[in-house]
Ligand binder design. Structure first.
Ligand code: FES
Length: 179
């Protein structure tokens, strides 16, 4: 079951108990953050940011916990977490490759880039390679549409990308291991 259906079917999911909270320091810190925002539903994005900072990504049980605390349907929390490209629902790899799929980039070949990555490193958007080296992400529009298609390699934004240029960059990461 994927995360979307897991969260969907989890409307009645049990949120972590008080004991769980005390057992997990990070959850305790998240709980303090939620309290600081006075359980306001409007603070959902800030709270999701804090959760990602604490856990590295937005785990399913953490999303359910936040939904429970803010008295929001889990599907709403999941929807917000998936809408914004800066949130990740899976562990992030050592390197990240974010392909812009906004209109300009899509028209200029973002789909071909994603297809070639799927064929070469066998991961889809939102997934991390089995060796934990590379996470593939997508974003709706990163801003510099004039240089579409745009891909962000870790923190480096590059335009005019092709399946070949992206493949070369990824190969470099894989060959160098730690670079
Ligand atoms: S659509 Fe890709 S940068 Fe705007």
């Amino acid at each position: 079951m994927d995360l979307a259906s897991a969260v969907k079917s989890n409307n009645q999911a049990k949120a972590p108990s008080a004991t769980d909270i005390h057992e997990d320091k990070r959850l305790k810190m998240l709980s303090a953050t939620i309290k600081r925002y006075q359980y306001q539903q409007d603070a959902l994005i800030e709270i999701l940011h804090k959760a990602q900072e604490l856990f590295g990504y937005l785990k399913k049980d953490v999303l359910v916990y936040i939904a429970h605390q803010l008295k929001l349907p889990p599907s709403t929390v999941y929807g917000v977490a998936t809408f914004y490209h800066f949130f990740s629902l899976a562990p992030i790899g050592r390197h990240s490759c974010m392909v812009c799929t906004g209109t300009a980039c899509y028209v200029k070949g973002a789909e071909e880039i994603l297809n070639s990555l799927e064929n070469s490193i066998h991961i889809r958007p939102g997934e991390t390679s089995a060796d934990g080296q590379i996470s593939l992400l997508t974003a709706r529009c990163l801003g510099p549409c004039g240089i579409a298609p745009v891909v962000v390699f870790d923190d480096t934004v590059l335009g005019d990308q092709t399946p070949e240029s992206v493949g070369d960059r990824i190969k470099g990461w894989l060959q160098n291991g730690s670079s």
